[in-house]
Ligand binder design. Structure first.
Ligand code: NZQ
Ligand code: ZN
Length: 388
């Protein structure tokens, strides 16, 4: 196992009716900025619950944060936060609202820093201050409510960048599974796939002798497969399945399973380009990459693919090459079984074009990715060419 430090300072407040607990968690004297998305929280009653819990607080609102939060929108929020001297941010929504709020949190008090540099020049690690934030999660998927990452899109230049900083761990995150009842099926499917791929990015690499992390990862993958049919149940939704769903997604990317082990993240990096260029939802972009990346990297990932196949996918043949084939097929079949396509062509995207565009952008930025840092633009292109 590799050496590591583990830190996660987020308090999780989980359960039915837990939004009411906001009144105790948000500082009494703070000027609070409530940030939300395109309006789902006004339709499903979450907004009313938040406002009722904060009736004694001084709250200003910033709505309209898009899915794949846009840099230009967030600049407006930063400006407003500075002008109104906001001292606490409350994100109410999915990963996009939470990530956008984290960006506001770090950019607003650092007025001498160009916000774009935080994303593109790795400045986040050097900054000393951020506004405190809390979250009310309404879409289980990203784990943003329980981690220090943030992913921001810039429509103007078709770019998508991320930053990480311990300063933006939420002070608390409220996880009420009932908030997921209004999610359409495609968002539930997206959440299941995103969480699944978060685990594979930290697990399907090479053995590091990390028995605890491996078994935790396998437990999460098995749990996601097991709960998926019940999570997708709509009328009526299954409370317990939604509760497990929320907790699985939070655990898939709260940094715990990734300690002391190599990590890949090439599927995410290629996927982010597909979202920026073609507008695929985040999880859609992952599902059209992961199975093909596993094919492409099957020799380097051999030992972990065999372990994953045996322990998670029930593939026990001693013919190793065949086990790897069946395991990758089973992964794609799981995604398809919950309604998630696994090829670019299924989304009407030409693999040749996508491969050329992604390769050019990777090379221009000098990106390499993967657990051996050997996946170049040419490899990203080769992977995308398989996705047909
Ligand atoms: O904007 P509203 O009206 O709220 O609608 C949203 C949005 O259109 C809707 N929604 C959310 N909760 C709902 C709901 N609709 C009905 N009922 C509810 N309870 O769902 C749509 C998608 O929301 P979004 O927040 O975009 O989805 P998700 O949580 O999947 O977040 C995706 C973003 O997170 C980033 C992605 O790249 C993408 O930008 N990621 C963040 C990560 C992190 N911070 O650690 C890691 C991930 O790998 C990912 O990259
Ligand atoms: Zn993801």
């Amino acid at each position: 196992m590799n050496d590591f430090e583990f830190y996660n300072s987020t308090r999780i407040i989980f359960g039915k009716g837990s939004i009411a607990k906001l009144s105790k968690r948000v500082p009494k004297k703070a000027t609070v900025m409530l940030l939300y998305g395109g309006g789902s929280i006004k339709e499903n009653g979450v907004y009313d619950q938040v406002i009722s819990a904060l009736k004694k607080h001084n709250v200003i609102e910033f709505g309209g944060i898009e899915a794949n939060p846009d840099y230009a929108t967030l600049l407006k929020a930063i400006k407003q936060a500075r002008k109104k001297k906001v001292d606490f941010l409350l994100a109410v929504g999915g990963g996009s609202v939470i990530d956008g709020t984290k960006f506001v949190a770090i950019a607003a008090p650092n007025a001498d820093v160009e916000p774009w540099d935080i994303l593109t020049r790795g400045l986040a690690k050097e900054l000393k201050q951020a506004l405190p934030l809390g979250t009310v999660l309404t879409l289980p998927a990203t784990g943003s409510e329980f981690n220090h990452n943030s992913v921001i899109s810039r429509r103007e230049t078709e770019e998508k960048y991320s930053f990480a900083s311990d300063l933006v761990f939420p002070k608390f995150s409220i996880l009420d599974p009932e908030t997921t009842y209004s999610l359409p099926k495609n968002q539930l499917r997206n959440g299941l796939v995103d969480a699944y791929v978060h685990v594979t990015e930290q697990y399907l690499t090479y053995p590091a002798g990390a028995i605890v992390q491996d078994r935790q990862s396998e437990a999460l993958l098995l749990a996601i497969i097991e709960m998926a049919p019940a999570v997708l149940k709509m009328d009526p939704p299954d409370y317990n399945a939604r509760a497990n769903f929320m907790w699985a997604c939070s655990n898939a990317l709260n940094h715990l399973i990734g300690v002391g082990v190599p990590q890949d993240w090439a599927t995410h990096r290629i996927g982010h380009e597909l979202t920026a260029l073609y507008g695929l939802a985040h999880a859609e972009s992952l599902a059209v990459v992961l199975p093909w990346l596993l094919w492409y990297k099957r020799d380097q990932k051999r030992d972990k693919l065999l372990q994953y196949g045996y322990r998670v996918m029930g593939q026990k043949t001693q013919k190793y090459s065949e086990r790897i084939d069946r395991t990758i097929e089973a992964t794609a079949a799981f995604f398809q079984s919950i309604g998630m396509p696994t090829t670019l062509t299924a989304f009407g995207i030409d693999p040749d074009e996508a491969a050329a565009r992604v390769q050019a952008r990777w090379e221009a930025r000098g990106w390499v990715q993967g657990e051996y840092r050997d996946i170049t633009g040419a490899d990203a292109a080769a992977i995308l060419l398989l996705s047909r």
